[in-house]
Design a protein around this ligand. Structure first.
Ligand code: FES
Length: 137
């Protein structure tokens, strides 16, 4: 598994999403209250960008007029026809055994752990020999 740095964290503030491309694969990253999730950015129904979908939860009802929102922030609703997918598992809410989108590991890492350092410059030996300047590589 190879890590890919895709953006700065402040490009995806809480409540936002961002579409990125890694080796030609579109991936939707969501920031739900500081928790990041990454899923394939193509709805298996007709190909809509899930990155443009609304993050939501599940409405449950015990009876007429008695409903509540559960699992808030755990699902994304496709912007075209409303299919919903779990942001952690990628499974479809209505048909979890047959329909899913791929999920990806996503982490936040400090910049200093991503770059090798300390940086050095190339240093070459230089000598003067009988009026000629010679650089050794
Ligand atoms: S394209 Fe996503 S539900 Fe139709």
């Amino acid at each position: 598994m190879t890590d890919h740095v895709v953006c700065r964290l402040d490009e995806i503030p809480a409540g936002a999403s961002k579409r990125v491309s890694i080796n030609g694969r579109a991936i939707a990253i969501f920031n739900v209250d500081g928790t990041l999730s990454a899923i394939g950015d193509r709805c298996p129904h007709e190909g809509a960008s899930l990155c443009l979908g609304r993050v939501t939860g599940v409405v449950r009802a015990d009876g007429p007029g008695n409903y509540r929102l559960e699992r808030e922030g755990e699902l994304v609703r496709c912007p075209w026809h409303g299919w919903e997918f779990d942001l952690k598992t990628g499974k479809s809410y209505c048909d979890p055994t047959r329909l899913k989108v791929r999920t990806f590991d996503v982490q936040v890492k400090p910049g200093e752990t991503l770059a090798e350092g300390p940086y050095t410059i190339d240093v070459f030996d230089v000598a003067v020999r009988d009026e000629y300047v010679v650089v050794s590589l």
